[in-house]
Write a protein that binds this ligand. Structure first.
Ligand code: G3P
Length: 215
């Protein structure tokens, strides 16, 4: 399973990249709005740090606008892939972009049927939002399971990118269900590393080793 980081914060991306386990980055307008500076410069810097797909989202809602923004964003760096919401216009634009060889990450997916349409339109990635479904009392992980099953049934090559991840158990479940990618906020990447028994174990090993050194 590939691990992307879900942020536009350069410091977080640099720290996560140092771990050597980062395969890509997802951004969205809300994440970019949190950062200071020109969004294109931020996206370019992200692409320099991470050698993998970097999702940049369009804000236009009509086909022509989406295509124009996609054209603009892909010029920033070869790592940029285009994030497009699953809408009627988004599907039409995705079909055209994918036919041109431009990778699209269809986002704001909340149903298996949206995911089916995204795959048929040629999206390279589908982003089901797990946490936001949990927020409204639907089990977000059920959606991941359904999409993985549907894509397997028909051999769709669209990658299932579990998004809106809020805690480590979402990642465990996504991995067990066979999601291709998980995009994780920095805080949750740090939580993935930690285990209290690892800390206790290190403390004990070091205490025992101190005794040996004294003997
Ligand atoms: O990248 C989009 C997605 O991961 C958003 O997550 O936490 O805002 O629902 P969240």
């Amino acid at each position: 399973m590939r691990i992307f980081i879900d942020t536009a914060n350069i410091e977080e991306i640099e720290k996560a990249a140092q771990l050597g386990v980062l395969d890509g980055v997802t951004t969205n307008p809300s994440l970019l709005a949190k950062e200071k500076g020109n969004y294109k410069d931020i996206l370019r810097r992200i692409c320099e740090i991470v050698d993998g797909p970097v999702s940049a989202e369009v804000t236009a809602l009509d086909v022509n606008g989406i295509l124009a923004e996609a054209n603009d964003l892909t010029r920033i760096h070869k790592n940029i892939i285009i994030k497009v919401p699953v809408t009627r216009e988004g599907l039409i634009a995705t079909k055209q972009l994918s036919e041109k060889g431009i990778e699209v990450n269809m986002t704001l997916c909340f149903s298996p049927l949206q995911a089916l349409l995204a795959a048929k339109a040629g999206a390279a990635y589908i982003s089901p939002f797990v946490g936001r479904l949990d927020d409204v009392s639907h089990n977000g992980m059920d959606l991941i399971e359904q999409i993985v099953q549907i894509y397997d049934n028909y051999g769709f090559e669209t990658n299932v990118l579990a998004a809106s991840i809020r805690h480590p158990l979402h990642i465990v479940d996504a991995a067990l269900m066979g999601a291709d990618v998980v995009t994780v906020p920095f805080k949750v990447i740090e939580q993935m590393i930690q285990h209290p028994l690892t800390d206790v174990g290190i403390k004990k090993f070091l205490a025992d080793w101190e005794k040996v050194k004294k003997d």
